[in-house]
Design a protein around this ligand. Structure first.
Ligand code: SF4
Length: 284
């Protein structure tokens, strides 16, 4: 793990994001990755700081824009392991359009969402995953909005690796993240990562009482898309584990036959005047 230590996190003591960072570092170390083999791209929010703390190459992007930046990194150098990370507000609010399109294109990146059901960095507003009735600064009488259902959306959009973890279970979370990084194609790991400062409902105690671990259920078939959707609906998403896994779909850069087989960053572009003219002509 030594290679993956960087800046000391300044999250609130007890924040679930500490475990997510530890799980990501462990997963990378288990896979034998060197810091330069991997790029962690984040959005804005408390969770967005993970790209600075991870110790790999990183890019702290704009609000909701981690996925387009991560897409560009991956398609420029397909040899890299690319992880995008952020929170529920960042990813399922302003970043929602990118979320759906990155999944349907099956870009080969792992998306880690630290889902605490609230905006933490801006001190406690209703987020896209806040449960109905949740009282916050922006909904003092309780939210009337239907929450976003990221797991169902991911399966419907064609994501081939859909998992949910919990910050109270480092071992399982490490396995889920490692599995996502090994999966060829887009992988989503939504993580119940409690905000101990601003969310007094979705706490560690709450999750301890309510979560069901599908990884412990030998009869659960992770390859059955309809069974996964049914299971998620029945349990109101209070699940952990690998919920759906489809290994048949090729990632974007392999499915698209026009895509260069040599990573673009390693291609001998030789931009002399003639080649530069040809390159520019493509965009006219
Ligand atoms: Fe974590 Fe919440 Fe503190 Fe942000 S405000 S660091 S999400 S506990």
């Amino acid at each position: 793990l030594a290679d993956f230590r960087a800046e000391k996190p300044n999250w609130c003591p007890g924040c679930g994001d500490f475990t997510v960072l530890a799980a990501l570092q462990k997963a990378a170390a288990n896979m034998g990755l060197e810091p330069e083999d991997m790029v962690t791209v984040s959005g804005i929010g408390c969770s967005g700081k993970i790209s600075q703390y991870m110790g790999s190459y990183g890019f702290h992007s704009l609000h909701g824009r981690s996925l387009p930046v991560a897409t560009a990194v991956k398609l420029s150098n397909t040899d890299l392991t690319v992880v995008a990370a952020g929170g529920d507000g960042d990813g399922y609010g302003i970043g929602m359009g990118h979320f759906v399109h990155a999944m349907r294109r099956n870009i080969d990146i792992t998306y880690i969402v630290m889902d605490n059901h609230i905006y933490g960095l801006t001190t406690g507003q209703t987020s896209p995953t806040s449960d109905k009735g949740t009282k916050t600064k922006t909904a003092p009488d309780g939210s009337t909005d239907e929450p976003v259902h990221p797991l169902q959306m991911a399966i419907m959009a064609g994501c081939g690796y859909v998992a949910q973890g919990y910050s109270g279970n480092l071992k399982q979370l490490t396995e889920l993240i490692e599995g996502g990084m090994k999966h060829k194609g887009f992988s989503l790991i939504n993580i119940y990562s409690p905000c101990v400062t601003f969310n007094k409902v979705n706490t560690y105690d709450f999750y301890k009482q309510h979560l069901i671990n599908v990884d412990e259920d030998a009869s659960y078939d992770k390859t059955d898309r309809f069974a996964a959707i049914k299971k998620i609906e029945e349990t109101e998403e209070l699940l952990t584990g690998l919920l759906y896994h489809n290994t048949e779909k090729l990632p974007y850069h392999e499915a698209n036959t026009a895509f260069p087989t040599t990573p673009i960053v390693k291609a001998d572009i030789n931009l002399n005047q003639e080649n530069w003219g040809k390159l520019i002509a493509q965009f006219k």
